[in-house]
Structures are given as structure tokens and as C-alpha cells.
Design a protein around this ligand. Structure first.
Ligand SMILES: NC(=O)c1ccc[n+]([C@@H]2O[C@H](COP(=O)([O-])OP(=O)(O)OC[C@H]3O[C@@H](n4cnc5c(N)ncnc54)[C@H](OP(=O)(O)O)[C@@H]3O)[C@@H](O)[C@H]2O)c1
Length: 199
């Protein structure tokens, strides 16, 4: 398969690419790193990317900034960062890609553990994750041409512990290998409309 991976250089992106890259042709996309530079929060840039790279068999997103901070310090602006970047960035990859992904192809997005197992300062991520789960469940039943859509929702990755571990007291890190396999399950399998939990 020919697969676009947005966020390929990140911790989750590397896990997804390590697994999918064994069997498929990957086009690695990032905002400033990777083979191709696209800011997924810019719909016009996404349209240009698909015009240049399409048609493709699958689109995988492992990207999406959110603001971490205490609830009482959140503002319209800090919460909108996650909604614009993590939620609408990934949703726009789907909306703009509906005509570019081939019949029977798939979209796989990334959310995370914090809307079911919260930590302090994680409300921005929890809000974004919940929205993505809703989008995937709601959109799967209306996908044209047997297209499928899922979202991978991992716990804290083992490789991310040095960066984020102190904010996740008592959480069991998940293996990057298992997270990579969750992307294979979505891309190569038959499920749709699922939140694929890895923990
Ligand atoms: N790491 C974990 O343990 C973990 C667990 C559960 C959920 N998550 C979620 O998974 C997502 C990725 O996390 P991560 O730790 O892998 O992040 P990361 O290591 O910081 O990497 C993020 C990647 O996404 C790219 N990216 C970010 N915003 C983009 C945009 N607007 N357009 C295009 N590319 C963009 C970055 O590219 P550039 O570097 O070029 O900007 C980078 O390659 C986040 O939403 C995070 O909340 C992470």
C-alpha cells in the first residue's frame, strides 16, 4: 500500500512507521521535519498535499499539539489550540482526503489515554481526545466507497517516559511495538468506527 503518515518523526509516528514500513510504501509528512512539510492545521496546505501525492491507499495521522496546564488557567485560546491542531488538523486530513483515498482505503487518527484516565493538567488533551473519538464513531457510518476510519488511543509510550513520565504518576507505559501494531490493525484489518485502545 501507499500510505501517507503525518507526524512520522514523532514518538508515535516512529512506532507506526516501524510497523507499517515493513510492508508498505510510506510518505512521511511533518510540519518542519520529515520528507514532506505540511501544516495539517492549514486546510489549503492539506489540499495541496493530496493534489501532489494522491491517490493513496491510507492516511495515518500521529500528530496534534495540545496545551498542558491547570484547569483554572485554561482560556479560550489554550483550549482552542488543541481543537485547532489536534482535532481539526486530523479531521481536515479526513475531509480533504475523502476523494484522494482509494476505494476500500482507510484513515487512522491518534487520540490518547487522557479522556478515560486523566492526569493533572491534561484537560486540553482529554477534550481533544474525546472529540476525535466522537468524530470517528459518527463519520464511520457515512464513509463513501467502503472507506474506513479508526482512531488509535494509546497510553503513555515507553519511549516518551523521559519527556512526559513525571506528569503520569502510576501509569504503566505501553510498548511502542504494540502501539505500532494498533496502526497495522486499523490500516490492514477490516474494522471501522473504532477507538483502538492500547494500554
Ligand atoms: N507520546 C505519547 O506517549 C502519547 C501517548 C498518547 C497520545 N499521544 C498523542 O499523540 C500525538 C503525537 O504525540 P508524540 O508524542 O508522538 O508527539 P511528538 O513526538 O511531539 O511528534 C509530533 C509529530 O507531529 C508533527 N506535527 C505536529 N503538529 C503538526 C502539524 N500541525 N502538521 C503536521 N505535522 C505536525 C511533528 O512534526 P514537526 O516536528 O515537524 O513539527 C512531529 O513529527 C499527540 O497528539 C499526543 O497528545 C502521545
Amino acid at each position: 500500500m501507499k500510505i501517507i503518515v503525518v507526524g512520522a518523526e514523532g514518538d508515535i509516528g516512529k512506532a507506526a512507521c516501524a510497523e507499517l514500513g515493513e510492508r508498505h510504501d510510506l510518505i512521511r509528512v511533518g510540519r518542519s521535519s520529515d520528507d514532506i512539510q505540511v501544516d495539517m492545521s492549514d486546510r489549503a496546505a492539506i489540499d495541496k498535499m493530496y493534489a501532489r501525492l494522491g491517490p493513496v491507499d491510507a492516511v495515518v495521522s500521529t500528530a496534534g499539539d495540545v496545551h498542558f496546564g491547570p484547569l483554572q488557567e485554561h482560556t479560550d485560546e489554550t483550549l482552542m489550540l488543541g481543537l485547532k491542531q489536534k482535532v481539526m488538523g486530523q479531521i481536515n486530513l479526513v475531509l480533504a482526503g475523502l476523494k484522494t483515498v482509494v476505494d476500500g482505503g482507510s484513515f487512522t487518527l491518534t487520540s490518547g489515554v487522557l479522556d478515560r484516565d486523566p492526569v493533572r493538567m491534561g484537560v486540553g488533551a482529554a477534550t481533544a481526545n474525546g472529540a476525535l473519538g466522537g468524530f470517528v464513531v459518527g463519520s464511520a457510518i457515512e464513509m463513501p466507497r467502503q472507506l474506513r476510519i479508526n482512531v488509535v488511543s494509546p497510553g503513555l509510550l515507553d519511549v516518551s517516559v523521559p519527556r512526559y513520565g513525571k506528569w503520569f504518576p502510576g501509569h504503566n507505559p505501553v510498548s511502542s511495538k504494540r502501539v505500532g501494531r494498533a496502526f497495522a490493525k486499523s490500516v490492514e484489518g477490516a474494522i471501522t468506527g473504532q477507538v483502538i485502545i492500547v494500554e
